[in-house]
Design a protein around this ligand. Structure first.
Ligand code: NIG
Length: 420
């Protein structure tokens, strides 16, 4: 077992859960941010953090020269399995068209036509882009196949990437849109999703998701999908209240989903329902670093890059935090509504436009995402955590908002290995 000592850290955001203040749940405490710090990695995990003056000896050493270190971003919502882009649709939107779910069908056609080799290469390329931007824990979804064969192909690709250590979490999103060949037969398509499709895909994924929205699946159909997924042992995620008050948030909270994502259009009852779930305790899961998928809060996952790209009202992250809800920030990288995997960009918007403090935004993009994925091993740099480091080319993390759009990612480490 070799150990690596990392010094020259001007600001170290450990966000260590062991140092949470029970009187201020959800807040970053002073003890979770160290100055003039050092850390030790052993066997891919954090073995020690503290003041540089007290750093122990190690086999190797790396001096970061006075840079800030954060836990790698945890991106809990992306759709990376696709071919083609929708730049023309985007351009029309910038000229005044509004977003509708129908564009998913365009990407579905392109994705079905792609060879396995091409799809594999496209997804790997997108993961590499995300890593280069500081993302070290990544979820992605199926959802541009929408046949048993095409959804299974996507799920197998994702589970192979997880086995290789390239990806962390995979989600089945057969209920993304009713595909053209089932037009006017939505109930029949839901039967397919919760029957043959779910049976084929479930062994390859940990999560099931549904787009609960006018133009996609109504709350009753969404509930059928989610209950079937839960019966198959999958954790629940929901695309909810993106385009209107779809009922997705209430459904997610009621069924104990781990996350409800988008949350642009919320009534007071939605905010309250999410805040109430924040008190639900998590429970140990089925493996090291994993929490149970069916216990804990329903995290409100906000997707600011998507909000900008669709010209939607920004999700009310400030209001959600003030109400006591658990909040995550994610990229929603996809070709229709958010063609970026830059979590740093999302953090910048969260601070500049959503009125989160830097600490709130960093926590939402790390520990928030980890909670939304029911992971205890990532999103922080407490002892025993996976050694996922995002080294900024800046002395302090506030530069992410202070210098918007600048390339501030200096190094990325995943499980103790340099990835960028
Ligand atoms: O999360 N809202 C549903 N799904 C994606 C968009 C998919 C698309 O338009 O291709 C999202 O924004």
């Amino acid at each position: 077992m070799t150990s690596t000592l990392i010094t020259g850290i001007s600001e170290l955001w450990t966000l260590d859960p062991a140092l949470d203040d029970p009187a201020r749940p959800g807040e970053v405490t002073g003890a979770q941010v160290l100055r003039d710090a050092a850390l030790v990695i052993e066997d891919g995990r954090i073995a020690w953090t503290g003041s540089a003056a007290q750093a122990p000896a190690a086999d190797d050493a790396e001096d970061l020269g006075g840079r800030a270190v954060l836990p790698g971003w945890v991106d809990s919502h992306s759709h990376l399995v696709f071919d083609g882009d929708r730049a023309a649709e985007f351009e029309a939107r910038m000229a005044g068209e509004s977003y509708s779910a129908g564009g998913i069908g365009v990407t579905t056609d392109a994705t079905r036509s792609a060879t396995d080799e091409r799809l594999d290469a496209l997804v790997r390329g997108r993961i590499a882009e995300a890593v280069a931007g500081g993302t070290t824990c990544l979820e992605t979804k199926t959802g541009y196949g929408l046949t048993v064969q095409d959804e299974l192909r996507a799920a197998r690709l994702l589970s192979a990437l997880i086995a290789e250590g390239e990806l962390d979490e995979a989600t089945f999103l057969g209920a993304h849109l009713v595909p053209r060949e089932y037009s006017g037969r939505a109930e029949e398509y839901v039967d397919l999703v919760i029957g043959e499709m779910l049976a084929a895909v479930a062994p390859h994924v940990r999560w099931i998701d549904v787009f609960c929205e006018a133009g996609a699946f109504d709350p009753e159909q969404s509930e059928r999908v989610l209950r079937a997924g839960a019966a198959a042992g999958l954790g629940l995620r929901v695309h909810g209240n993106q385009l209107g008050r779809s009922g997705g948030v209430a459904l997610a909270a009621e069924l104990g989903a781990a996350s409800v994502d988008h949350v642009n259009h919320l009534g007071a009852a939605d905010v309250e329902a999410l805040a109430v779930t924040a008190a639900r305790p998590t429970a140990p899961g089925d493996g090291p670093g994993r929490l149970a998928v069916d216990a804990g809060p329903t995290v409100a996952t906000v997707l600011p890059a998507c909000d900008l790209s669709t010209r939607a009202p920004l999700a009310p992250a400030r209001e959600l935090l003030d109400a006591g809800a658990s909040v995550a920030l994610a990229s929603n990288c996809n070709p229709g509504t958010s063609y970026t995997s830059s979590m740093s960009f999302c953090v910048t918007i969260a601070v500049l436009q959503m009125h989160l403090s830097l600490a709130e935004a960093l926590r939402a993009a790390t520990r928030g995402g980890a909670l939304a994925l029911r992971r205890a091993d990532v999103g922080h740099l407490g002892i025993g955590a996976r050694a996922d480091l995002h080294v900024l080319d800046a002395p302090a993390a506030i530069h992410l908002a202070y210098r918007p759009g600048m390339p501030l990612t200096h190094q990325v480490w995943r499980a103790g290995r340099r990835r960028a």
